[in-house]
Design a protein around this ligand. Sequence first.
Ligand SMILES: NC(=O)c1ccc[n+]([C@@H]2O[C@H](COP(=O)([O-])OP(=O)(O)OC[C@H]3O[C@@H](n4cnc5c(N)ncnc54)[C@H](OP(=O)(O)O)[C@@H]3O)[C@@H](O)[C@H]2O)c1
Length: 300
Amino acid sequence: MLSSTALPRLDGRTILVTGANAGIGYWCAEILAARGARVLLGCRSVERAEVAVSAIRAHVPDADLSVVQVDLGSLASIAAAASALHERVDAVICNAGVKAADRATRTVDGLDLMVGTNALGHFALLAQLGGVLADDARVVAVGSLAHRFAQIDPPTLAQPWTGASLRQYGRSKAALMALTFELDRRWRGTARSALCAHPGYAVDPLTPHRDGLADVSSVTRALAALSRPLVQGKDAGAAPIVHATVGADATGGDYWGPGGLLEFRGAPTRVRASEQVRSRDVGAELWSVAEELTGVRFAV
Ligand SMILES: NC(=O)c1ccc[n+]([C@@H]2O[C@H](COP(=O)([O-])OP(=O)(O)OC[C@H]3O[C@@H](n4cnc5c(N)ncnc54)[C@H](OP(=O)(O)O)[C@@H]3O)[C@@H](O)[C@H]2O)c1
């Protein structure tokens, strides 16, 4: 399991992690709580969030945790969650994500499920958190290697997707990353910063067991162990994301990921993001499209 002792103490800092009830988001929450951070678990199901809270407390008895109910696939839920938050938030990890979806599947607002949840949902959330974000707040978006094979094409984001599901997933992650780098540019001159990070290739069968979370049989674990030289558990996948959030050498506009072969596994290091997600023109155009599609103005 990942050792968090190399991380700084985080007492007094409050970090919101979306999708914290499972997988990489759960591990970000547990690792940050173990270093003394107050962690807000942003989850669509309070029941699943409470299971995660119990699992964290079983390993970090004094963990300071609260649940924030938010469905990133619902603009009404996002607005309600943002308006219910009254405490200062020092960092937000935009982790919640949908990986595979039937191309016809939409959010409750009629947006493409992956683009609407992974990218636009987080855009709408951050836009409405303005009042509680600390003066030196940090935003970390969870990207993916898949962004490198994607074309964002902002004007067509609202149109029904007809291509492969993996490409649409890559587009949703590329859009989230481009919006995050654009946010960082807009925050220049302030103490706030926005970064991206990706977990490599992180799977449940290589992840330490936590009661109530992914249930993996011992046979599956034994077979998965053979893949350990290539891929990693979700605890290790959380490392670049946690590093981007609290690492002393992480700064605005960075992109962190695992440093091993193909960036599938390994210790956190700075990695390359595509030219498209770093493009000022794409970022500015996407920002306008995101405001239009969500109906939320993000004043920065
Ligand atoms: N695993 C990898 O190798 C890998 C690689 C690259 C990037 N990523 C990214 O890393 C992030 C976490 O991946 P993971 O492997 O940990 O996935 P996971 O185990 O499937 O967990 C996804 C999390 O996102 C939450 N979520 C999904 N839709 C949501 C919504 N509408 N509102 C609120 N929460 C929602 C899920 O909550 P529910 O339990 O309610 O569904 C769950 O907590 C994702 O953004 C993914 O795209 C993962």
